[in-house]
Design a protein around this ligand. Structure first.
Ligand SMILES: *Cc1c(COP(=O)(O)O)cnc(C)c1O
Length: 360
């Protein structure tokens, strides 16, 4: 065969998304992709509908209005913000711009699948550092660094573990990296954490730290595909060179801008998530299904072994509750359960109880 892809491409396993269907169930509750059960801000939906009137016009290429909104709400310099088609696109820009054949892209043991996929797509070599009981281990990351390490991805808090590390640990990691390596803090769930600046102060006092963020989680816009990044000017300028000029559509830009400004809506979503997460993790723990303290909109429920996790998943599915198996993340004894609304959380607890009753 003469037509062959670049080295590394065929090592990419296809991304496994959260399932959306349960056989024989008409209207299942999807708790497999960490979506906001309340959807986006109603104002953002209005903005999306209004954008339909102008679909013949090309969108903004510099995303100035969206960057201004992000800058105002988050207290960031809009010049140092870049917007992408989900944070996935920002992750991919980072890999293409900073890692290639012979370079290493480091991530944690139970890290988000896109780090490996994007590293391989760029021709680079993904390298995995162990965690400490499902928590990012700064020492293990520093030990795994070599003179070829170019990017270090950690999600803080992390998916699928739900755990996070402290500001002091973030600083120790940033300061311990080799000089050619950029630390990328994936803040997809940062808005769910009370009193966390998503690593902003670590970024603003250094030249080697960058953050990625998304509208897919607390803002409830996963279907729209909008994310953003923030960091040193020189890095933002570099990424903008490989960004497609019209990467974001005008309905996406306009809805995301309004969603960002609807701070009261975001606050309500955070408060309700914390309330139901606390409730569900306690309810499952009382049933003998523990989880680490989660800082996200999901919990990672731990079962006795992979067989029990699989059986519970099958039971939940038969009752119309779709959760996420995370064997692909090296956690076959766990199920990742998105925090749905109160009704969904109560159903999960009741069905796990029914399942535990059956197996006893
Ligand atoms: C969901 C998620 C994202 C978001 O990806 P988008 O492309 O913005 O939808 C990024 N990182 C992690 C760790 C996630 O769980």
């Amino acid at each position: 065969m003469t037509i062959t892809p670049q080295p590394g491409i065929l090592d990419i396993a296809l991304y496994q998304g959260g399932e959306a269907h349960a056989p024989g169930v008409v209207d299942p509750v999807k708790l497999s992709s960490n979506e906001n059960p309340f959807g986006p801000s109603p104002r953002a939906l209005d903005a999306f509908r209004q954008a339909a009137g102008n679909l013949h016009v090309y969108p903004s290429t510099d995303h100035a209005a969206l960057r201004a909104a992000i800058g105002e709400v988050q207290g960031l310099d809009p010049e140092r913000i870049i917007c992408g088609v989900g944070s996935d696109e920002i992750i991919s820009f980072l890999c293409y711009a900073y890692a290639g054949p012979g370079d290493e892209v480091l991530h944690t043991e139970h890290g988000f699948a896109m780090y490996r996929i994007s590293a391989l797509a760029a021709g680079a070599t993904p390298v995995v550092a162990p965690e400490d009981n499902r928590k990012t281990d700064v020492d293990a990351l520093l030990e795994a660094c070599t003179e070829r390490t170019r990017l270090v991805f950690i999600a803080n808090p992390n998916n699928p573990t739900g755990t996070m590390i402290s500001q002091a640990d973030l600083e120790r990691l940033a300061d311990g990296l080799p000089e050619q390596a950029l630390l990328v803090l994936d803040g997809a769930y940062a808005e769910y954490v009370e009193d966390y600046d998503a690593g902003q102060s670590v970024i603003d006092t250094r030249e080697n730290v960058f953050m990625t963020r998304t509208f897919s989680k607390i803002y409830g816009l996963g279907g729209l595909r909008v994310g953003w990044g923030y960091g040193p000017q020189q890095i933002v300028d570099t990424l903008n060179r490989i960004r497609g000029p019209f990467n974001l559509s005008s309905p996406a830009l306009q809805a995301a801008e309004v969603a960002m400004r609807d701070v009261a809506y975001t606050d309500r979503c955070r408060i309700e998530n914390t309330r139901m997460r606390t409730w569900l993790s306690k309810a499952l723990e009382n049933l003998g299904v523990p989880s680490d303290p989660s800082f996200c909109n999901f919990i990672l429920a731990r079962f006795a072994d992979p067989a029990e996790a699989e059986a519970c998943d099958a039971h939940l599915k038969s009752r119309g509750l779709i959760v996420r198996r995370v064997g692909g993340y090296g956690l076959p004894e766990c199920l990742r359960i998105t925090i749905g609304d109160a009704t969904a959380c109560k159903r999960v607890a009741a069905e796990v109880a029914a399942f535990k009753g059956q197996v006893r």
